[in-house]
Design a protein around this ligand. Sequence first.
Ligand code: AGP
Length: 587
Amino acid sequence: MCGIIGYTGKEQAAPKLLLGLKRLEYRGYDSAGIAVFSDGKFSVCKRKGRVSELGGAEKLRGGCGIGHTRWATHGAPSERNAHPHSFGRFVLVHNGIIENYLPLKEECEARGEKFISETDSEVIAHLLEYYDRGDVLSAIKETVARLKGSYALAVMCRDEPNVLYAARRKSPLIVGKGEEGLYLASDVPAIAECRELYSLCDGEFAVLQGDNIRFYGEEGEIKKETMKLVSKSDIPEKGAYPHFMLKEMHEIPAAIANSLINFEDDFCFSGINIVLCQTEYIQIIACGTAYHSGIAAKYAIEALARVPVEVTVASEYRYRDPIVKKGTLALAVSQSGETADTLAAAELAKEKGATVIAITNAPDSSITQIAHFVLFTRAGREIAVAATKSFNAQLALLFSLATALAKTKGRQTPSLRPLPALAEEVLTEAEKMKEIAPILLGAKSVYFIGRGADYCTALEGSLKLKEISYLPSEGYPAGELKHGTLALIDEGTPVIAVLTQEGLAEKTMNAVFEVYARGGRVILVTNLPEYAARKEVYRSILLPKCEELFSPILSVIPLQALAYYTSLARGNDPDKPRNLAKSVTVE
Ligand code: AGP
């Protein structure tokens, strides 16, 4: 949801800002812009579209500047609405949402001030100018005290040409020291060259000047601990792959292997083991793909540990006054650890007395500051907007948790160890989706069906296809098709059926027959070859056998591949789907 960057130092700022923005582009790519201070004024270059559209920006001279890559919330993607925004002596970039910008804007307009953009962010520059009485930090403090919502802010003032000011509330912000200057950014890889990194917390401010970063909290100046430094592998590189999404799919076996946890064997999980022993009820809160991993976890936990699990989309949980009973464990699942709805839902669960375990792929993310315990999926950084390996990693971790919980209840559990090697096999088979994808091209809509654990795969397959191919698609429990959606099946409608639960196979096949009888084309993803050979099946993908409850970790791979190849066949960029961003830090 927008990426911001800032640099002040001995070298030219523009090339550093542009490189950082490239690395932040996964957060939004509706417009991009930079502002650099030189010769007593700010030079601004901004354009609609991606960072690559900022031709000529690298020539802006000056050693201090800020930059922004936008995911539009208020105001269309356009040059006019692109950041940086300026007013009077101030220029700024903002990530977040100012919920009360309209009354604030009216207040500024009543003073005769003119606005250029339709954004919520521009009002911040106006307030800064209003509150500035010679001390910029005080002006920033007074300004943010008026704001409702979320912000990560980088501010420059014409009167202090080489100083960067930063402020944060509910949007991530990192500051760092490099060999040749000081940096700030929404995320670590953008400033990976830094040798010291600090993460700002809500309500904190930073002033970057000369060789020094000074931090301030509500009470005045504070000291902060440094963060772990980034390794080279944290810097996103496509390598030999044409897209991050394909690269990340090929990293699935490693992501699974690295995210499996043996809770009993490791002393550092003793706190979580105690929590598991006391757990009587589980609430899983998450959004999008992470929500789908929660559904698969529900099937596994209930079957293996016989502990009831409720899975709720975080944006619903936070507003529905959920019932949190004694012994409730809330699992807040978020790849980025920054999803605004998931953070709010986790806070609410905690407030209501649940023990909160965050499951995230992002060390130092905001969710780690909320939860009682944190479990890290070790998928490695994921850049493509469509989640792939992080989903498989979430499943590996959640299934590990399901088996640990089952053991606390004295129940037998199946082994997770074969999964990484099996995922390797599935990746090879999934390449067949390249030939199958063209079947979807002329379709008005595409349906995904499955029962039991396969229902989760159907939902995730459908989401992937929607996100990057822009084809209308729905995922259903196979048994639900006949209750309405069957009316939409006609000659040639593609239906992807997932079939890995032997005991339910006949039942799912009934839905396949119903689709076939109405002219639909069934693509079957199964580990039961006898069904793949049926005449009603138009094309099939064969999976290796694994413990049925864990099968989504494998069966989703061909569906990820189907979405990828369909996206390519439709001429889309699978890494950067329109209207979306990787980390959804706004409501
Ligand atoms: C997945 O492909 C999506 N881009 C999206 O649904 C994502 O899973 C969702 O926004 C949640 O993100 P999180 O896991 O970072 O919280």
